[in-house]
Ligand binder design. Sequence first.
Ligand SMILES: NC(=O)c1ccc[n+]([C@@H]2O[C@H](COP(=O)([O-])OP(=O)(O)OC[C@H]3O[C@@H](n4cnc5c(N)ncnc54)[C@H](OP(=O)(O)O)[C@@H]3O)[C@@H](O)[C@H]2O)c1
Length: 368
Amino acid sequence: MQRCVLLTGGTGFVGSALAASMLARGHKVVALSRNDPGGARTRDAVADAISGLSIEPATGWHSRLSIANVDLSQPEMALEKLSLDEVTDTWHVAAEMSYQPAKLPQAFHFNVASTSKLYSAIARRARNCKRFYYVSTAYTAGLDQDEVPERLHDAPRLLNPYQVTKWSAEAVLARKSADTGLPVTIFRPSVVIGDSVTGWNGTSSFGFYMFLDGLRLAAAHGAKAVTLDLRPDAQPNIVPIDVVVKRAVALTETTTEREQLEVFHCVADSTIENRLVLDQMSNATGVQVFTGPPRTPIDELFNKHVSLNKPFADGDWRFCTKRLKQVLGKAYSPSVVSETLVATVSGSYCGARNEDVASKYQRAAKAL
Ligand SMILES: NC(=O)c1ccc[n+]([C@@H]2O[C@H](COP(=O)([O-])OP(=O)(O)OC[C@H]3O[C@@H](n4cnc5c(N)ncnc54)[C@H](OP(=O)(O)O)[C@@H]3O)[C@@H](O)[C@H]2O)c1
């Protein structure tokens, strides 16, 4: 059955890939974007995802994608002008991604207050919308849980505005869903990396990519080797974007009976040691990485550059996925992380960073 998906974050990494995958499955997408009066920014990002992802070709997608230029901090007002009768599902992907403590008010305003208002507006105005999917993060678990259950977390130890506001939004949506009746799915990816076949990762430099950027920075300072203060045997969870969007689409399409409030982890089914990841990053950047306390000024610079992500790379979380597997059944796509995968996404990122993003978009547009 054709769905009509209302989607936020269509200009970003995860959102553009999700829009592309929904369109490839023949669904309609209504993207809500800011600062995009003619829709070109969103359309270009989706075109780039369509040409970059290893998904089935999305033929005739232009006519099934519509873009509304809206200020998501005022969703009630923005949505008033739109007809939402066709909308069957909402995927709220957009988020303020900053880890900087000074950005807490801004992150709270968007990730919590605007999310809450958007949910209310959808519940009130999109009368055929069956479910509100909220893309959160697996790290609302905080730092002290090894075995992470598929439910809301009571009192996690959180480090930054991104985690704090994502955790708060989960709590707000759970309460509102019980009050208003529009079902909510909290969808928690771990660290999202590029496509497992092509390496494509849009324009993201979040999470995993901060380490590659740090190495590129070290290379720009002439370093041939750096020392990173990281546990070489830790096994963080990284999940490719094609797996994330495949599972998101499968959830949207499934006809299995669903719960009013669902919490799912969208993670890889295997992990890989930091040592092996760093070896592949070294191959991609030409900078060798040793682990241990920093010894040189370049080491200090590199360690500082990645410091906000280090606590997440240093951990060994095991995220439960039993419920997601139950709901998706055979549509669950397992994901095994290998050195080859890390080499593919690292190589692709380092190649792409050397290109001008605008010309990349032009090529994508020509290819379609
Ligand atoms: N990337 C990961 O590793 C990862 C892991 C787990 C969960 N997630 C979740 O996935 C979602 C998307 O992440 P991403 O990696 O795709 O990030 P991204 O590439 O930075 O995209 C963020 C998106 O949010 C939009 N946005 C940010 N602030 C906004 C605001 N104030 N008003 C309206 N739109 C705003 C951006 O629009 P503009 O283009 O207009 O700025 C962009 O479309 C987030 O909810 C994040 O928590 C990501």
